[in-house]
Ligand binder design. Structure first.
Ligand code: COA
Length: 445
């Protein structure tokens, strides 16, 4: 069977940074610990006034194509996953292709282009579409370009304002990939939920606390569904478990739930039992409330054990390092988590080829998906080629007043004309509107 998966990854952050504990928290009269300890975030990325989902996506794709020595003739489809689209008809992928055609000979007329929407999970769904297209043998030797790009902005003073972010992840999907091979087995947890939505509006309506419960419920369903086809999971089966990361504190909860599920009825549960007892079972309780309270107590005890903390530190914590510095990138977040883990392995000389990842994606509304990936030879070279640290270090550090202005500049209901805080340099930039209201872009040398 031909291996299909991710051959290369490029990350493009918005060029501005909002320091959450030092700039945002004091302006809001909040304790910085809410960000650094509670949510697990140090900073959010923001787009400058000439950046948007198209420029960030096209800039990531351009670097990826340059690095891999590709031209338009090598790409058979361009799929953009986003929940920040500004056009209800013309897909963002056409704007991205238009940008790339400015800098390459040839064009993408032969390439199938589309746009995927399902909150934050659509990046993974686009990966799936590319996988299926190649597995079906319809790709004629070409690669798929998948771009997850978002400006995750919330209305001012919405609780979600704490978890904003902006950036793009471009991924090349091919046969015989150089980063990871995707498993055929998948699990889903999907239900009609009202936790986060944007009915004809730019900024989301969010029931934040509920969205966290729905995330965990759907993720558990997806894990059970995955196990029904792939067999039981065990915590030691996976080198890393990248989850969708709206903020690292969410993954702290998901990791604990996943671990509890994976060890139930295994010798690992028995080992922990000596310290904290066995997991409560519903049949041991008279009512749901008593059972749920016992589960909460068990989880509180479990997360303090050395065994759990070691597992979390090795398997989950390394997936969070980029997210802590950029906030939520919606469709790109789970792919940032994978990149963080691989970067951690590279920095620590881990021999990862042949090891497996378990990837948990989630989109509000709501759906979770779980699949496995096998890291392949070549991953280290690909990960070494990413310039994410350089980009993060070069961001302009916003004052609170600049943050307010840039938030207004990206608010579709406000008419502002803000001078950029950085200068475009060898990148695509938004230049204004065309005669039919389309957004226009130019490559700035
Ligand atoms: N020191 C340490 N921890 C602190 C703290 C401090 N000074 N102040 C607060 N915290 C902790 C809280 O206890 C909480 O952790 P917990 O959930 O483990 O109890 C966490 O920091 C967040 O604080 P909270 O007061 O709950 O924040 P909030 O009311 O502003 O809401 C969200 C947080 C996530 C609900 C909100 O940012 C949101 O709506 N985000 C968008 C939706 C989203 O991302 N959903 C996720 C699923 S997709």
């Amino acid at each position: 069977m031909t291996a299909v998966g991710i051959d290369a990854v490029e990350i493009r952050t918005g060029r501005l940074k909002l320091d959450l504990p030092n700039t945002f928290a004091p302006a809001k009269g909040e304790d910085p610990g809410k960000y650094t300890k509670g949510l697990g975030l140090n900073a959010s990325s923001f787009p400058d006034s000439y950046e948007d989902i198209v420029t960030m996506g096209a800039n990531a794709a351009h670097r990826l194509m340059e690095r891999k020595g590709l031209g338009p003739e090598d790409i058979g489809r361009i799929d953009v996953a986003t929940e920040s689209a500004f056009d209800n008809s013309k897909p963002v992928s056409t704007y991205v292709a238009g940008c790339l055609e400015q800098v390459y000979d040839g064009n993408f007329h032969h390439a199938n282009k589309g746009e995927r929407k399902f909150a934050c999970i659509s990046g993974t769904q686009s990966l799936d579409d590319a996988y299926n297209w190649i597995k079906a043998g319809r790709h004629r030797g070409r690669a798929a370009l998948v771009i997850a790009t978002d400006t995750a902005l919330y209305a001012r003073d919405d609780p979600g304002e704490a978890t904003q972010g902006a950036g793009a992840v471009a991924m090349l999907i091919t046969e015989d990939p150089s980063v990871v091979e995707l498993s055929t087995e998948q699990g889903y947890g999907s239900a009609d939920e009202t936790d986060f939505l944007k009915p004809q509006q730019q900024f989301p309506s969010v029931d934040g606390k509920r969205s966290m419960q729905v995330y965990l419920a759907r993720m558990r369903e997806a894990l059970e569904d995955f196990e029904s086809v792939a067999g039981d999971t065990h915590p030691d089966d996976y080198a890393y478990i990248p989850f969708h990361t709206p903020f690292p504190g969410m993954v702290r909860k998901a990791g604990l739930l996943g671990f509890r599920h994976m060890i139930r009825d295994t010798p690992v549960e028995d080992e922990f039992a000596e310290e904290i007892g066995r997991q409560p079972r519903p049949e041991g309780f008279d009512d749901d409330e008593a059972y749920e309270e016992a589960v909460r107590d068990y989880m509180d005890a479990l997360k303090e054990t050395e065994g759990y903390r070691d597992w979390y530190g090795n398997t989950i914590e390394p997936t969070l390092s980029i997210s802590r510095e950029v906030g939520n990138w919606y469709t790109g977040s789970v792919h940032l988590a994978r990149a963080s883990a691989l970067r951690h392995a590279l920095d620590n000389d881990v021999d990862l080829a042949g090891q497996r990842l378990l990837v948990g994606s989630y989109g509000s509304g709501a759906q979770a998906e779980i699949h496995a990936e096998t890291v392949v030879e070549g991953w280290a070279e690909e990960v070494r080629a990413m310039n994410v640290d350089e980009q993060l270090g070069a961001r302009h550090d916003l004052t609170f007043e600049e943050y307010e202005s840039i938030h207004d500049a990206h608010n579709h209901d406000k008419d502002t004309d803000l001078d950029p805080l950085t200068s475009p340099d060898g990148e695509f930039a938004f230049t204004g509107w065309g005669r039919m209201g389309e957004r226009q872009y130019e490559y700035v040398e």
